[in-house]
Design a protein around this ligand. Structure first.
Ligand code: CP
Length: 322
């Protein structure tokens, strides 16, 4: 069954780059989440939609990924489009020393939009300057991961019906974790209360704290996990970003310092959801998967309708910049 265009046609973000979550207004984020909800049957393969028929989206993944790349590819293909994929930068001319700027400039003549993941903060902004097609940041170093934030917000909204007034704990590597850098800003915009829980050396950097203060966010620190989750609605767990540490001995000092398991969750409200952008490497015990708290696999699925909604909104006409 073809998904009727009147139902599926999302709001327009025609030709826009999405480098930071700040590139989207609150209204635009809410509109995208509404569109994504309508696209769930397409993401599940129960309905067809041709919204991206004839469109080519380049996936330029210069850093490893499972969920982000494959959910973007699934989103494009479920909507009738096709992908050009760099999954191994070592097999491209970047290996020969070609600049990111030249690579992206060339890709923008092969595709209608470019999805970029890169280990360097700021790479997506540079790519947006190089490209005359829209660029979506799929994670730039310790910078931003805006599409992860969209699916994180959708997971919370699906469970609670709102984002306002919820108590959200951000746990773990708040220094290098790009997902929390994007998410904290968005949660503050939507009126959630934020508790920051991390080892001392992985505290949220001052620049992000300044942003939250400017937004008037309700935010406080609680390094003790049991105390942090006592009246929380959402526990957002992150992996320690080993690959971002300049010195591995610093990583070893904090590795394994927090873990969410059944014992920890005894302190939580029954409706608490545990989220994680994944991959997890020991921060959430497998025993949590079977509890009603576990939301991380639903979260990973929602990546597909969210990325469908975003790509459809950006490529709704020619995909060229206005
Ligand atoms: N959540 C996330 O970005 O996962 P991947 O690194 O597997 O893409």
């Amino acid at each position: 069954m073809i998904f009727p265009h009147s139902l599926a046609r999302p709001m327009s973000l025609h030709g826009r780059d999405v480098v930071s979550i700040r590139d989207l207004s609150r209204e635009e984020i809410a509109g995208l989440l509404d569109s994504a909800k309508r696209m769930i049957p397409v993401a599940e393969g129960r309905r067809a939609s041709p919204l991206l028929a004839g469109k080519i989206v380049a996936m330029a993944f210069v850093e490893p990924s499972t969920r982000t790349r494959l959910s973007f590819e699934s989103a494009v293909q479920r909507l009738g489009g096709s992908c050009l994929t760099i999954a191994d930068a070592g097999a491209t001319s970047l290996r020969k020393g070609e600049s990111l700027y030249d690579t992206i400039r060339m890709l923008s003549s092969y595709a209608d939009a470019i999805v970029l993941r890169h280990p360097n903060e700021g790479a997506a902004r540079l790519a947006a300057r190089a490209s005359d097609r829209p660029v979506i940041n799929a994670g730039d170093g310790a910078g931003q991961h805006p599409t992860q934030t969209l699916l994180d917000l959708m997971t919370i909204r699906e469970r609670f019906g709102t984002l306002a007034g919820l108590k959200v704990v951000l746990l773990g590597d708040l220094k290098y974790g790009r997902t929390v850098h994007s998410l904290a800003y968005a949660l503050a915009e939507f009126g959630s209360e934020i508790t920051l829980s991390s080892p001392e050396s992985l505290r949220l950097p001052e620049e992000h704290r300044d942003d939250l203060r400017r937004q008037g966010a309700k935010v406080h620190d609680e390094p003790n996990l049991e105390r942090a989750i006592r009246d929380a609605d959402v526990l957002y767990v992150t992996r320690i970003q080993k690959e971002r540490f300049p010195d591995e001995s610093e990583y070893r000092e904090v590795a394994g310092t927090y873990r969410v398991d059944a014992r920890v969750l005894k302190e939580a409200k029954p409706q608490l959801i545990v989220m994680h952008p994944l991959p997890r490497v020991g921060e959430i015990a497998a025993e949590v998967d079977a509890t009603p708290h576990a939301a991380y696999f639903r979260q990973a699925f929602l990546a597909v309708p969210v990325r469908m909604a975003l790509l459809s909104a950006i490529l709704d006409r020619s995909g060229r910049r206005p």
